[in-house]
Design a protein. Structure first.
Length: 304
């Protein structure tokens, strides 16, 4: 029988967190799903952990790469190509979910075919699973369900607040995957941002204002290492340059976006900072007036 949801777990060197991740998927109170386990030639004992689940009735594929691809987004595509479900959940291998994650998000997508992606709020946890104080959701844990127009959602995210920052917090329609370009794979560290932008452009976005996902922060994160060496900022500059054309940003929106990212960039200390500023002047070399426009827009615009 074809499952409703395909859960893709792409792993690389996350042995300490992998069992908790897989168990949090298998223990969902919504049980109409398959699990696709992918390992990108891990150097730790991840394969031994994965092998423990090979015969679980939910597990339909176990793929162990013999050579590391070096790109999690290639693993995403591989998993989606095997998926049988109508909906895709890319459950990153170092995160965990509440038992009602799927039972809350799937009905929201089932309710209207125009809804292409649903996401929950997230809490931050450390390497030991302890809560961390950060939160990036202004609506908090109200339980509210908010339906956003995808194109307006994207434009707000570009100029103000990145609302979808973790694959584990989302479920999306498999059918939209065939409609989006695959150039997100060119951006090793920030490609998911471009991926979600393409998806959101195709319909409505459902925001569930409840923290049903836990995003783990630890020193072995690819994004953490990339931020330290500046690679993440190069990806961000390239992606934001694409956004200007993809979403037909107005001059005001471009100025607000430039103000936001200039303000953040000025606070960073990294190698090749001047080179990045020269490479992406429309993103990182804004003026004090650009920053003022961003702050003004933040006060008057709607929040996510």
């Amino acid at each position: 029988m074809t499952p409703i949801v395909s859960v893709i777990i792409p792993n690389y060197n996350h042995e300490p967190y992998l069992k908790a991740r897989i168990d949090s998927v298998l223990q969902q109170d919504y049980q109409d799903f398959e699990v696709i386990l992918l390992d990108d030639c891990s150097k730790d004992n991840s394969r031994e952990v994965i092998e423990q689940y090979r015969n679980n009735p939910h597990v339909t594929h176990v793929v162990m790469n013999e050579q590391n691809t070096g790109n999690t987004f290639i693993q995403w595509e591989r998993g989606i190509s095997m998926a049988q479900g109508r909906y895709i959940w890319i459950a990153e291998s170092d995160d965990v979910a509440e038992p009602n994650f799927l039972s809350t998000l799937i009905p929201q997508l089932e309710a209207d075919s125009n809804r292409v992606v649903a996401y929950s709020h997230s809490r931050m946890i450390d390497s030991q699973g302890n809560p961390m104080p950060q939160t990036w959701h202004k609506k908090g844990s109200s339980g509210e369900i908010v339906i956003h127009d995808g194109k307006l959602f994207n434009k707000h995210v570009m100029t103000q607040h990145c609302a979808i920052y973790n694959a584990s917090m989302t479920v999306f329609r498999k059918s939209v995957f065939q409609q989006i370009p695959n150039d997100y794979q060119l951006f090793r560290y920030q490609g998911d941002w471009l991926f979600w932008t393409y998806v959101c452009q195709l319909g409505q976005v459902v925001e569930v204002c409840r923290p049903l996902n836990s995003l783990r922060r630890h020193g072995n994160e690819v994004s953490a290492r990339a931020e330290r060496n500046g690679a993440k900022w190069r990806d961000t500059g390239g992606i934001l340059t694409r956004f200007i054309d993809i979403m037909h940003l107005s001059r005001w929106q471009q100025r607000c976006m430039r103000g936001r990212w200039t303000k953040r960039f000025r606070k960073e200390s990294m190698p090749d900072k001047a080179a990045l500023c020269s490479e992406f002047p429309q993103i990182y070399a804004g003026s004090s007036f650009d920053i003022l426009c961003y702050e003004l827009d933040k006060m008057i615009s709607s929040t996510f």
